[in-house]
Each structure stands twice: as C-alpha cells, then as structure tokens.
Design a protein around this ligand. Sequence first.
Ligand code: GDP
Length: 360
Amino acid sequence: MFDELRKKISNAVKGFIKKEEKEIGKPADDIAALKAETGTEKPAARGAQQEPGPKPMEISLSVGTKIKGAFLDSIKLNDADMERFVEGLRPALLQSDVSYDATDDFLGILKGKMSDSKFKSRNIREQMMESVRESLLEMLGRTKPGIDIVERIRQKISLGEVPVRVLFLGPNGTGKTTTMGKIAMMLKKQGIMCLFSASDTFRAAAIEQTEHHAKAIGIPVIKSTYGADPASVAFDAIAYAKAHAIPVVLIDTAGRQETNKNLVNEMTKMVRISKPDITIFIGESTAGNALAGQVQEFSKHMNIDGIVLTKLDCDAKGGNAVSIAHTTGVPVLFFGVGESYDALVPYTPEFVVDSILPAG
Ligand code: GDP
C-alpha cells in the first residue's frame, strides 16, 4: 500500500535536488569562490586537497542569499525554486489518486512552511522530506475528526439507549459484510455482544456469508430469504436484540450501483425503519477518483458518520487514504488491510504519513 505515492514523492524530491546540483555545477567550488570574493577565505590552489568539510548549498539561490549562506551555512529557497519544488510534487500526488483540492491544500501548506524555513546546507533532502511530512500531517489534521465507534456504543449502552444500531452502506463488493465481521470481532474483544442483520437480500450468497461470519465469531444472525425486504429483516433483528438483551445490531445492506435510484430508495427506507445510531460507508481504496462521488451521492440522502476504506492492502496508489475525508467532509474511521478479522487499522494521520514517508 502507498508504494506508488511513496516512490513518486521521493523521486520528485530527489529529482529536484539533482537538477539543482547540475545547474549550479560544483557547489563546493561555488561557495569557496564566494568566500574568497567576500574576503573570508582564500580559494584553494588548483589540485590542492580539499578539506572534507560540509558540502554547502545544493540549491540555486540569489547572490545575496548565497553570500549569507556561505557565512551562515544555511539557505533559504528563493520563490522561483520553491515554486519549482512544490509544483514538482503536484503530479506525484495527482497520479496517485490524491484529489485536486487536497493536493492544492497540501502544496499551499508546504509553500508556507518552506518560505519560513532555512535549510542547513547538509542533508537538505532529509530536511525537505521533513517539510513534506509536516505539511501532509497538517493537511490531514484539518479534516473533521472521526467518531470512536466503541466509545459511542459504550455511551449509548450506559444511557440504556439499546440496541445500538450500526448500518453498513456502500457499493457492491467493497467489503461491507467482511468489515461488519471485523467490527463484530472488535466489539466482542471489548466485551460487547452484537448480532447481525443479514439485510443484503440481493446479492447471491450474501446471507450465507453473513451466517458464516456469525458462526465464526459466535454471535446470532437474523435473516430472511433472498428478495425479502431488507428493512423488515433489520426490524426483526432489532426486535430480537431487544428481546434477548443484545446491546448492538450490525446491519448489512445490499450494494448494486451507488447511483441506482432503487438502491437509494431502499437505503432511505432502511434508515427510516432501522434508525441507525451510526452509519458507516464502506468504500474501496482502489476505486480511485470515483470513490468521492460515491460517498457524496449517499451523503445527499443520509447522514454518514464515517468511512471504512477497504482493500488498502491492494492499493499501490493510496491517494484516497490521503484525500477522501478532505474532499467529502466525511472522516475515515478505519482502513481495511486484508481479509482476516484483525485486518482493520484505526485511521490516524500518523499512520498515513508514516506509511508514505517512513522515517529515516
Ligand atoms: P460486500 O459485497 O460489500 O459485502 O463485500 P464482501 O464483504 O463480500 O467483500 C468482497 C471481497 O472483498 C471478499 O472477497 C472479501 O474477502 C474482500 N475484502 C473485504 N475487505 C478487504 C480488505 O480490506 N482487503 C482485502 N484484500 N480484501 C478485502
């Protein structure tokens, strides 16, 4: 996951520094000449052994800044260089499915950060990477924070507002049933019992798949037959949970096409009948730029509390993990990173940034 984005950002930074070195020629000679010019040092005799000291300034600078840099051993990017560096990153992000608005926001933060920064003339690549990292964290930190599902459920239980209803929505095949299983297992580990409402009565084998997960996790499942009204299955599941003091109902739904009017009507009816406390959109990380449209389409008709971004383990680009919350205003709650029950990672900006720009 994130392999492409990681490689592209790293190449953009490396490419910029290499290009600058080439354009300047030999930076060490350049500085030695400047020091000689300003009377701080005599140029080394041709052929004489060079001191192994720091290799100053790897970036093109105005003459004034160069002279300052020679004394201070630190540099500041001029506007043109900064523009070139920052804009060099743009294709890396866009080609990795990071949305336009998130890319713009990130590059704006980076520009501001770099114009305030002085770089030591050593390890400039690492320092630039650090600026990229900080800017990415800042951009991710600007999105609406997600709810803590377990905490929200605990609160409802302690207030006696049970059963707590959690609804899973999203296009077909994105991992709704699998994610519902992962969340059931997570709740079970926290000592919170739940049951499944097998309300995907549309997709072949969906009911059996839900039963399979319920058996593996050790929880009940309420089901009907294929073609039955999904909302009535949810209604029965809620009634069963009430009768058996089961505090949480996890409600699966059918997918089909996100823009399909029938599906939207079906989901609206499901929301009306089941009155979910938490509604989670399940979307595939690999859906590229189509994902934002899917979330926005559902959001028009119902409140969505958060996104679980599945199949991040299969996504070399990873741009949706960076920008979907920024673009849609709906926070990411978890990443699905595999098919097993424990392959669910809580969303944090640090997880995203550490995966894209590993330290060191
Ligand atoms: P649904 O139609 O939305 O209920 O989707 P399913 O839960 O049936 O999942 C569709 C396929 O995606 C199944 O083969 C799942 O095992 C797989 N899947 C779900 N989540 C993930 C994930 O995070 N990573 C990977 N690699 N596969 C996943």
